[in-house]
Ligand binder design. Structure first.
Ligand code: SF4
Ligand code: SF4
Length: 329
């Protein structure tokens, strides 16, 4: 289904969505950043840079209560949300990131805590002339309910699910030729992932990157964990118990493979006992282990870790360095 929306029709679609969902939309916050925030809490931002806070945090938050045990020993589970989530404004990288962790958390044994948030949630992509200064963002691969494609003063709206079709039903039909042209523009656009990621992946899979490379990269890591915390495809977490006045609360909290305690065992043995091993793991997991397990890179090239890393060793930077040093060697 292809429809066409004016600005007021788009507002109408969002209002309609907000009636049934906890809708988050891109907004320019008071600190100047562009982030997803609850609909109606600020002015809608229909183009601009990718929000730095990863959208997967809506379904897999940094801290998530799992259960509470009260003083009588009774176990309480968190109350279910009244409405499912809806996220609007996701680009092709972020839609890919959500699809990536959907598959991870749905694989047996499925993660019911994640699926509780994710099932029935609605995803609305925003591509086309929606980048900074209305620059072009490549179209998605369709891994959403609705994709809004900004084009001149209107949005082409493609439905990819039954719910998406129902929501778009009232709007007029869109121009198929225009959609075809935008898809062609996407295919001629720079690859969605930089070449260096794929090349670095092949070098890692062929064991062409020596240990001393990881020692040199790790020497630049200050263990801030920003790379992992920003990454939409990072899914590692640890459990945390907190004693409160009314009982004990167990939560899961994001973990970071750059930190010393990441795999440290109760015995004190640490299979990732050096910064070099942990840095190797961060990159190797996404560029070698994920392709082996899932058949694709675990990096959706959103660029967040390169923006977050204060010492310049995000994945693009490291992949480029690997290719520069070892491609011909
Ligand atoms: S660019 Fe960095 S933050 Fe984004 S998906 Fe790849 S590894 Fe994760
Ligand atoms: S963001 Fe950079 S410095 Fe911080 S933990 Fe990650 S690699 Fe290390």
């Amino acid at each position: 289904m292809l429809k066409q929306l004016t600005r007021s029709a788009l507002e109408h679609l969002l209002q309609q969505t907000a009636a049934d969902y906890r809708l988050q939309v891109p907004q320019r916050l008071a600190d100047g950043t562009r982030q997803l925030a609850p609909y109606g809490s600020g002015e809608l931002s229909l183009f601009g840079e990718t929000p730095q806070r990863k959208p997967t945090s809506a379904f897999f938050p940094q801290t998530e209560p799992l259960l509470k045990i009260d003083s009588t020993g009774a176990v309480q589970l968190p109350a279910a949300a009244e409405k499912p989530l809806a996220l609007f404004g996701l680009d092709a990288h972020d839609l890919h990131g959500i699809a990536f962790i959907d598959r991870f958390f749905s694989a047996a044994p499925a993660d019911d805590v994640y699926l509780r948030q994710r099932t029935n949630a609605l995803l609305i992509g925003l591509t086309g002339a929606a980048g900074p200064d209305q620059s072009f963002l490549p179209l998605s691969a369709g891994n959403c309910d609705i994709e809004l494609i900004a084009s001149n003063d209107h949005w082409l709206a493609v439905a990819y699910s039954e719910t998406g079709e129902q929501l778009l039903e009232p709007f007029p039909d869109g121009d198929n030729d225009r959609l075809r042209a935008l898809r062609e523009e996407t295919s001629s656009y720079r690859a969605i992932r930089p070449d260096s990621l794929q090349k670095a992946s092949e070098l890692l899979l062929h064991d062409r990157v020596p240990d001393d490379f990881w020692e040199a990269i790790a020497a630049r890591c200050i263990l801030c964990s920003g790379c992992n915390l920003a990454c939409p495809t990072c899914t590692c977490f640890c459990l945390q118990d907190r004693q409160r006045a009314d009982g004990t609360e167990r939560s899961r909290v994001w973990d970071s493979c750059q930190l010393d305690a990441f795999m440290r065992e109760a015995s004190g043995h640490n299979p990732l006992g050096s910064e070099a091993l942990r840095t190797r793991r961060r990159i190797h997991h996404k560029l070698a282990a994920d392709p082996q397990r899932w058949g694709e890179l675990g990096c959706v090239a959103c660029g967040r870790c390169d923006r977050a890393c204060p010492t310049g060793i995000g994945i693009f930077a490291v992949a480029e360095e690997i290719v520069k040093r070892y491609e011909k060697g």
